[in-house]
Design a protein around this ligand. Structure first.
Ligand code: MRU
Length: 370
């Protein structure tokens, strides 16, 4: 097995992340010593994928707080809230972003009212919490893999869209985590990778990850997927998600909805793999999920090469929402939810079988909670 991919980590008072815009041509790391560099890295997709964005925001908040020298507790809170607000304006669809920020806020409030609420203790506690969120995410993904691998059979041809792998998380991946887990069990599988226009996360990132693992895979353009389904070449579809509503409607990379409808037409199982931290039980349906719109250049150019007439109108929603009735199951770390999702998602949250996302801060000292 190859070395695990290190998407993001905390090192020597800096947030270090693999530069996903440079992949697959170059494997280089961005070292952020100022939290505003982390904000920029989230916006420009240097780091992307909902769970990875949540971890980046948590680490960015810890980094921003580390450099504060407030004159009073009130000033401390104001500056902390301002840093959090900057992260919350980066990627509106990713539920994990807000989940990560909320967790850092809870940690901060608990620290302020704890016995040792010195500035240094609070700063260290926030670093510990961010590192913990990162480590928990990897553990959660491994559980998603274990819970999902029994859905994969020997000989399966699995289609995936975008990148829901180690690069989109702190490590291991959600949809690719299930594929990894089935492969690690010795199952003979083959993956079709959608290139994923316009940013090509499939062509650039998912291929890179699968190649590293020696998982047998083939790259296709997004528009080929329907024909492959008709030809009987795809036995399963597994994708990640950026936000899931309480009724199971799931937002994911633009193009996912078309795949789900086609899967329904061809009776192909369509799975979503995501941690509970992606599920937004405060919203009833996908109608309420904010959809990020990105700039026109993503559509009219490719790596500096102009591919459309200058100034031509463009619409570039980064995500779409798949209605729950097209989804066969949602694979989480707490178990696999099947329809009716409203009921079964609720049961997963109540099961207590969750030791990742519901935990929050409270231990001090040392970056590693273990
Ligand atoms: O715009 P991106 O690259 O951040 O979009 C990522 C996706 O749509 C992923 O499928 C999703 O975040 C799930 S990743 C585990």
């Amino acid at each position: 097995m190859s070395q695990p991919i290190q998407t993001i980590f905390w090192k020597d008072d800096a947030v270090v992340m693999i530069d996903q815009n440079a992949l697959p041509l170059e494997e280089k790391y961005l070292i952020c010593r100022d939290y505003r560099e982390v904000v920029a890295a989230i916006k420009d997709l240097t780091i992307r994928g909902a769970p990875a964005i949540g971890v980046a925001a948590a680490m960015g908040i810890a980094l921003g707080t580390l450099h504060l020298c407030p004159a009073s507790q009130k000033a401390f809170r104001t500056s902390f809230d301002d840093i959090c607000a900057q992260f919350s304006r980066t990627r509106p669809t990713a539920r994990n972003l807000f989940w990560g920020i909320e967790r850092m806020k809870r940690c901060f409030e608990a620290d302020l009212s704890s016995a040792d609420n010195s500035l240094d203790a609070i700063k260290q506690s926030l670093i510990n919490e961010a590192v913990r969120i990162c480590e928990e995410d990897i553990a959660v993904n491994r559980k998603i893999g274990v819970n999902g691998r029994s859905l994969i059979q020997n000989g399966d041809n699995i289609l995936t869209h975008c990148n829901a792998g180690a690069l989109a998380t702190a490590g291991y991946g959600t949809a690719l985590g299930v594929i990894r887990a089935a492969f690690e069990e010795g199952k003979n599988i083959h993956v079709f990778v959608d290139e994923t226009r316009p940013v090509l996360q499939g062509a650039r990132l998912t291929t890179w990850e699968l190649m590293k693992e020696n998982i047998h895979a083939t790259l296709i353009t997004d528009s080929m997927a329907g024909f492959l389904m008709k030809q009987g070449k795809i036995s399963k579809i597994i994708v990640g998600s950026d936000r899931i509503a309480a009724n199971g409607d799931a937002a994911n990379k633009i193009g996912t909805y078309s795949l789900a409808v086609l899967a329904g037409a061809h009776q192909i199982p369509f799975y979503i793999a995501a941690p509970l931290s992606t599920i937004d039980i405060s919203i009833q349906s996908g109608e309420e999920i904010p959809i990020e719109e990105r700039n026109a250049e993503e559509v009219t150019t490719f790596r500096g090469v102009i591919t459309a007439p200058e100034g031509f109108p463009v619409y570039n929603p980064a995500f779409d929402v798949t209605p729950h009735h097209y989804i066969t199951a949602i694979i989480t770390e707490a178990g696999v939810a099947t329809p009716p999702f409203q009921k079964h998602i609720g049961e997963l949250f109540e099961s207590g079988n969750v030791d990742g996302p519901v935990k929050s801060c409270h231990s001090r000292g040392g970056g590693n909670p273990e």
